[in-house]
Write a protein that binds this ligand. Structure first.
Ligand code: AMP
Ligand code: MG
Length: 410
């Protein structure tokens, strides 16, 4: 059995897989189609937003120089400016304006005093107010151009489009946005023992990898197509792979190890796929074949249900993100503490399924009882994969650990 020294470290394997991929051509989509995708081109602002300095509070727009004396300071109140209105006149010294949140500041005003720091008065010459505190210029003012400046970059290529980013784009009056198109991903299961969920499973096991991978692909932003089940012969695996021409990514599961009926690698090679690497120093998921033919990337994922999900997470998802144009493609990581003890032989990095929860200000990761890769249940209720480094042989209770949130959890 391999000790791991002849296998590729996970980080190198990911770097090599990523080097095979680049962002797909850009399409223009409506904003609701763009959420979670990345910008395919720089977007320049066409409008300056907000278009004018405006008030962040209900209160009084003032000239801060009027408040240089010790408080309270009495000011006359001129006009009232509501949001949506345009100020009629410039503020004269000794005068303030009643102003509501979002309303433009009148010319001459450079600060806002919140209503709670004032006391209204009725002076003989009309309404007046006592300002109970000194404020400096800029107090509670939202400056013009805080969100965007016409002609300047608004968001750069590769920026992930979350809800605020789409809001910034909406405020520019843009209805569509350029994003790399979604990768088309073909998924092929291989194995004589497999049947579909709607077939009688007499002596067979139901193919769960293909539907699970399809869900993972869709969640990552790809467009999955199921190619069905190939029996364990080189002819059949090759024939089914030949049907997968034209996809951006082809995922196969199983048949990629060293068993007598493991034909996936030979079939990929027969189809002209240039293999980039095979076998990674990780558990679960050691047998993993990655290659390319033309523009199509091929991943021969392991057959064990949890191994296929873990390798999807570590290698396929980052590649899908690169195809989708994300500038940050590495699996996300968070710091946590180990709630338990772990041991292993050095050589392979282990990705331990854990359930992590927040306790006393820290994220505590409890390894799940089963860590077999053959049972899908061992992945159920996992929130993260705990990285047990390649050369380490033990991790103590309470130790600081790196956790990778899994995209397959609920
Ligand atoms: P293999 O890599 O072909 O040796 O398969 C490893 C293990 O994964 C075997 O126990 C298979 O039965 C199981 N397996 C392979 N493909 C699937 C699949 N599509 N769905 C569920 N289990 C699978
Ligand atoms: Mg098999």
């Amino acid at each position: 059995m391999s000790t791991g020294s002849d296998l590729l470290p996970a980080e190198d394997a990911r770097a090599r897989a990523l080097a095979l991929a680049s962002p797909l051509p850009v399409e223009w989509v409506r904003l609701e189609e763009a959420l979670g995708r990345a910008l395919g081109a720089d977007v320049l602002a066409q409008r300056t937003l907000p278009p004018w300095d405006n008030s962040a509070m209900d209160g009084y727009a003032v000239r801060s120089a009027d408040l240089s004396g010790p408080p309270p300071v009495r000011l006359a109140v001129g006009e009232i400016i509501h949001a949506g209105q345009t100020p009629r006149s410039e503020l004269r010294p000794g005068v303030c304006a009643r102003i509501m949140t979002g309303a433009p500041l009148p010319a001459g005003a450079d600060a806002v005093v919140m209503q709670e720091r004032t006391r209204p008065l009725q002076g003989a010459e009309g309404p007046a107010v006592e300002i109970l505190e000194a404020v400096s210029a800029g107090n509670f003012v939202r400056p013009r151009g805080e969100d965007a400046r016409a002609g300047e970059p608004l968001l750069g290529r590769g920026t992930p489009l979350g809800i605020p980013e789409l809001g910034l784009i909406t405020a520019q009056g843009l209805l569509t946005v350029p994003v790399p198109r979604r990768p088309r991903v073909a998924i092929l299961s291989t194995g004589d023992e497999l049947c579909r969920a709607d077939e009688a499973p007499e002596g067979r096991i139901v193919d769960t990898n293909a539907p699970s991978l399809a869900l993972a692909v869709a969640r990552a932003g790809g467009l999955p197509t199921l190619l069905g089940i190939a029996r364990d012969t080189q002819e059949e695996v090759s024939a089914r792979l030949a049907e997968a021409q034209g996809f951006d990514v082809v995922l196969t599961s199983a048949g990629v190890s060293v068993g007598e009926r493991d034909f996936v690698k030979a079939s990929l090679q027969e189809q002209g796929v240039e293999m980039n690497f095979w076998r990674v120093a990780i558990k679960p998921g050691k047998p993993l074949a990655v290659g390319r033919k033309g523009r199509t990337l091929y991943f021969g994922l392991p057959g064990n249900p949890t191994s296929s999900l873990v390798t999807f997470e570590l290698f396929v998802r980052p590649v899908l993100r690169r195809l989708l144009g994300h500038s940050d493609v590495e699996p996300p990581r968070v710091a946590g503490r180990l709630d338990g003890e772990l041991r292993k032989a050095p050589g392979l990095a282990h990705y331990i399924r854990v359930a992590a929860s927040w306790r006393e200000g820290e994220l505590w990761a409890r390894p799940l009882a089963t860590q077999t890769s053959g049972a899908l249940r061992s992945a159920a209720s996992a929130t993260h994969l705990l990285h047990f480094p390649r050369e380490a042989s033990s991790l103590a209770h309470g130790g600081h650990v790196v956790l990778l949130p899994v995209s397959w959890s609920a």
